[in-house]
Design a protein around this ligand. Sequence first.
Ligand code: MG
Length: 408
Amino acid sequence: MRVKILFGIISLIGFWNIGLSQNPVDIHGQLAISGSKIINESGDTVSFAGPSFFWSNTGWGGEKYYKKEVVSWVKNDWGATIVRAAMGVDDNGGYLTYPANKTRVKTIVDAAIAEGIYVIIDWHSHHAEDYLSQSQAFFKEMAETYGDYPNVLYEIYNEPLKVSWNNVVKPYADSVIRVIRDIDPDNIIIVGSPNWCQRIDTVADNPITSYDNIAYSMHFYAGTHTQWLRDRTLQAITKGIPIIVSEWGTVLADGSGDVAYTETNAWVEFMRSNKLTHCNWALNDKSEGASALKYNASTLGNWSANSLTPSGTLAREIIKNWEHSYVTIEDISEHTIAVLYTQANNSIAIEPMAGEHIHISLCDINGRELFHNQAQYNTEISTESLTPGVYILRVWNSNGSMTFKFVK
Ligand code: MG
């Protein structure tokens, strides 16, 4: 009998263990929207971070990275808990003329399912209302194929341009959501907001109320969008609007320019404090500031630091330091103990089987014991006062012990 894993979010940064690591989807399961937040199957508020693939369009260059090896690499090396497959639709080389785009998306979704991470299926169009029937048919197929997998989120409209929320985007969304919900009752659906996903205020004035588990996208580029957009977004959140940053960049909104470090940091703090799930634009080697990869970077992942651009280097650091969804669980002669390290919260949670008597010892790298306790129920250790460094936690009972290291 295993103890139910109730804890949410921990960081993998510098964290390794001798036990068994579970994947994000194993831990969090089916996601849902509660108020303005994403919650996991246990009801805990969660957020996820990862990269977005570039437009999938045939001949645009980014399509070569739509490979399962890339998903595996960003999960394991970047600590990504989510990826976004951005299927080009109506532009040159898009899905409407090249069905191969759908195959690329399915490659990414299948890989995300295999890796146990979340994945956004993105209808990457600026004019989705012009292709309603095609969108309905596509999402019907996606819901039939993937609706039972908790991994999948549907993003039905990437970035509406300067069109009306009330008269254009919302009616389109209602029509597509209805098709998805006929098949898949629960997976989260993300709806774009006007003006390249910056008019989240128009959504907040008239949200979709006929369906559950609907979220809205806000996109920012740190070189262009600043405090005013954080203020507007916070107002929407305060009104109860759930927001997912399905796309953001470190550079100018057109994808050019240098990394805007100060504004990127301000945005990251904003997303962290509001627990916003986010995907960085983009996994591509095109010669522009927003690309994470340098020209000709391998299409199979395995990227060295030299393969990453300044934006890719920063995005990887941000994603690696996000609240990751890893947990260490060890069966000591079938006596399950779960240990969770949440770097962002400075805490270690230790969860034995109810009533199981355990010992807990925390040592520094020199073996000096800093904490020792005996417990029968959930125990939390604050790491706030620890100086940065490597620490070793040991948990044992009469049947055996588990040990792992983490970096503060
Ligand atoms: Mg479902």
